[in-house]
Write a protein that binds this ligand. Structure first.
Ligand code: C2E
Ligand code: MG
Ligand code: MG
Ligand code: MG
Length: 280
């Protein structure tokens, strides 16, 4: 009986594995067949000041609406693209959309774009980004590139050089998901950084006293290094209040707003302006 059970588990496992492989193949062929620039898009999630909810800018997040496969999570889009050698094409197609959005949004607003470790270690991608920054005529100070620590460990020297080159144009660099990587503390002074984004797993820790002390200590560390600081994943009003009390000037999360399309974001901006200036 025990033997049968084990064999049963084995069959189920291989069926799951098979389904996984099949779905991976489905993503692969969908992306290979895709007109990338038209199937992928960006969602925009606001970053606000914690004291008055003043809008500072947005983070852009990749979306892939694959025909027949539905909404594919961005991590899977990027991983699939990189496995197929399409990482360069996807990154630059997304960045074109970022620059488009930047031109449509009010000049006081900033926009962040996520870069992968592979992006940073691929010189043609870096020069593609540089060319586009120049050609667009945008104000580079409005642009932020977000990178994660985990994406840097493969090739820290190259990544650091690429970041320094990008930063030379006047764009800012943010360390994303801070607190979850391998070498959080050492990367802080080894990298050309302007901002840290505290991982969203810390937002829920704001609900208890010990967690608040930890999060406050992280915030003080960033402050002592003169880095701007965003706390991500704020899902409740209490977390927002705690984040403000812990000294976080900036926050992002579902409580403030979910990611939305550029059209939605622009509609909301116009509504707010009508309320403020009565220009309806
Ligand atoms: P990330 O850069 O840390 O982005 C934040 C993620 O947290 C987003 O998920 C966002 O929708 C989600 N989020 C925001 N607020 C909350 C909240 O209050 N609660 C919870 N539970 N989640 C929240 P998304 O859009 O699925 O992106 C996931 C990750 O995919 C990103 O994490 C980033 O690492 C990667 N990614 C997204 N777009 C791109 C891109 O254009 N290029 C690259 N290389 N990676 C990207
Ligand atoms: Mg990010
Ligand atoms: Mg993050
Ligand atoms: Mg992340």
């Amino acid at each position: 009986h025990a033997k049968n059970q084990r064999r049963g588990q084995c069959v189920r496992f291989s069926a799951e594995l098979e389904a996984l492989i099949r779905s991976e193949q489905a993503f692969d062929s969908a992306l290979q067949a895709a007109d990338i620039a038209s199937e992928i898009s960006l969602a925009f999630q606001p970053i606000v000041s914690t004291c008055d909810l003043d809008l500072i800018g947005y983070e852009s997040l990749a979306r892939w609406n694959a025909p027949g496969l539905g909404a594919v999570p961005p991590e899977q889009l990027i991983a699939t693209a990189e496995r197929l050698g399409l990482g360069h094409e996807v990154t630059l197609a997304l960045f074109d959309k970022v620059l488009d959005a930047l031109a449509q949004l009010p000049a006081r607003l900033r926009l962040s774009f996520n870069l992968s470790g592979q992006d940073l270690c691929h010189p043609p991608t870096i020069s593609g980004l540089l060319d586009r920054i120049t050609a667009s005529g945008c104000n580079p100070a409005r642009l932020l590139f977000e990178i994660t620590e985990t994406s840097l460990i493969a090739d820290l020297d190259n990544a650091r050089e690429a970041l320094a080159t990008l930063r030379g144009t006047g764009v800012k660099i943010a360390l994303d998901d801070f607190g979850t990587g391998y070498s959080s503390l050492s990367s802080l002074h080894q990298l050309p950084l302007d901002m840290v984004k505290i991982d969203r797993s810390f937002a829920s820790r704001l609900d208890e006293a010990a967690g608040r002390r930890l999060v406050t200590a992280i915030r003080n560390l960033a402050r002592s290094l003169s880095l701007e600081c965003v706390i991500e994943g704020i899902e409740t009003e209490n977390q927002l209040i705690s984040a403000r009390l812990a000294g976080f000037p900036l926050a992002q999360g579902y409580f403030i707003a979910r990611p939305a399309t550029l059209d939605e974001v622009i509609d909301r901006l116009e509504e707010v302006e009508q309320l403020q200036y009565g220009t309806a």
